[in-house]
Write a protein that binds this ligand. Structure first.
Ligand code: ACO
Length: 406
């Protein structure tokens, strides 16, 4: 509806050469060879490989290579790629001081996006989007440095000293040590934690044209460099309807627990749309069936939480919520199923991550997808600057009134 007295149908006619598709529900913005989703059948494939054949069988760096370069690497290619990443894990010393500028209780997501954006200032001579070697170097730098940045953002928030990377460790192991280790005590990486976290990164690695990836492509379509584009993607991911959902799910489960574990009462509130609350971690723009990633994450949650001496009561609440929702007409008729983030927060919590770090973990996982999509966009000769149109529904032309006469 426009302002009173406005003939909207006339305005729509004047712009009827454009398509109004709020939220891009039906509009493809690009062609892509990277990821395939069939939302009705619950299928997800990276470069043709079904997600259930990759999860738990390939490492995160292997999947990164697959997404970015199009094929699974040979052992030699993987070793070379991993060595390159390992060589770039350090942050510039000046950048370590960067973290002191934020308030101690800063959320690590904006710290991450700011630091990723700042990489453009440290590597100014290597930002040409059309120079393949420079793009490759930025690719490696991002994969190498984002875990260091993420762990520093965390260390800063708890007042502990920053740890230099230990490049004798694997990718995920190094990140865990920088996050949970302290300089005075040797840090033993729990192999189960490292294996499951690596797998969760694989599950998050790409998801075609989601909100953050579309943001990365849109920013990059102006020929902004890879760091600037990925930094924008981190900000898009921060929102609770996207990556921020994993934090919101845990907060929701905690609130249900605090109010006496009444799952049915919570579901009633969602259905009655009380204060606009949603069942966080449920629903997806594309999946109208069980998210194939959620099924794998649920199993992992049972494994990781099953090892704990005192079982987390929130797992039970989550499983009951799922059971109630999947047999309730409201959720069934709207095809609302658990998405990838319904169970991830429980695993991250069991691993010792504070709730504020959950979305950062999503960002670490999504990084190769953003990079692969940006590179595909920049290399595509059909790419144009992203510039959507609009249907104007504001005032028709009117005459200016000086301020003393208003
Ligand atoms: N709880 C309750 N109702 C819901 C939920 C939910 N989680 N999700 C959708 N609905 C309802 C909507 O209110 C709407 O009902 P209506 O038609 O009666 O008005 C209907 O289902 C369709 O939902 P839309 O919002 O139109 O679906 P859309 O595709 O625009 O949104 C989204 C998808 C944002 C994921 C939505 O399902 C949601 O907000 N979910 C909760 C947040 C979440 O988990 N986000 C993570 C998404 S996955 C990811 O980024 C990793």
């Amino acid at each position: 509806e426009g302002p009173a007295g406005l003939d909207i149908s006339k305005l729509l006619k004047e712009t009827d050469h454009v398509t109004l598709d709020v939220g891009f529900v039906n509009t493809a913005s690009c062609k892509s060879e990277i990821t395939f989703i069939d939302g009705d059948a619950g299928i997800l494939r990276y470069r043709g490989y079904p997600i259930d054949q990759l999860a738990g069988k390939v490492s995160f760096l292997e999947v990164s290579y697959l997404l970015i370069y199009g094929e699974l690497p040979t052992q030699q290619q993987l070793d070379h790629f991993s060595d390159r990443v390992r060589n770039h894990t350090l942050l510039h010393e000046e950048m370590r001081r960067f973290f002191d500028g934020f308030p101690r209780d800063a959320h690590p997501m904006p710290v991450l996006s700011s630091a990723v954006s700042a990489l453009s200032t440290f590597y100014q001579d290597n930002l040409n989007p059309f120079d393949k070697e420079q793009v490759d170097l930025s690719t490696v730098r991002l994969l190498a440095k984002v875990p260091t940045i993420a762990s520093y953002a965390y260390k800063k928030s708890i007042g502990q000293p920053l740890l230099y990377p230990d490049n004798s460790l694997g990718y995920v192991e190094n990140f865990l040590r920088m996050t949970f280790g302290v300089p005075t005590t040797p840090y033993e990486v729990d192999p189960v934690v490292a294996r499951v976290l690596d797998m969760l990164f694989v599950l998050h690695a790409d998801h075609e044209q989601n909100c953050s990836t579309s943001t990365v492509r849109l920013v990059g379509s102006s020929q902004a460099n890879l760091f600037a584009s990925v930094s924008a993607g981190v900000n898009a991911l921060f929102g609770p309807l996207h990556g921020g959902a994993n934090q919101s799910v845990l907060e929701m489960l905690e609130a249900i627990h605090a109010s006496g574990d009444d799952v049915d009462a919570f579901v009633r509130k969602v259905k009655n749309r009380e204060s606009g609350i949603k069942l966080m971690g449920f629903g997806h723009r594309v999946y109208k069936n069980y998210d194939p990633r959620a099924a794998i994450v649920k199993k992992a949650a049972q494994e990781v939480l099953g090892r704990m001496a005192n079982p987390d009561p929130l797992l039970d609440i989550a499983m009951r919520l799922e059971e109630v929702a999947l047999s309730d007409e409201y959720f069934v008729s709207r095809k609302l199923y658990p998405n990838v983030d319904f169970y991830t927060g429980l695993i991250y919590k069991a691993m010792g991550f504070p709730t504020k770090m959950f979305t950062v973990l999503f960002a670490l996982g999504r990084l190769p997808g953003w990079i692969a999509q940006w590179r595909e966009m920049i290399e595509d000769p059909d790419t144009k600057i992203g510039r959507p149109r609009q249907v104007y529904v504001g005032q028709p032309e009117r005459s200016f009134v000086p301020i003393e006469q208003r």
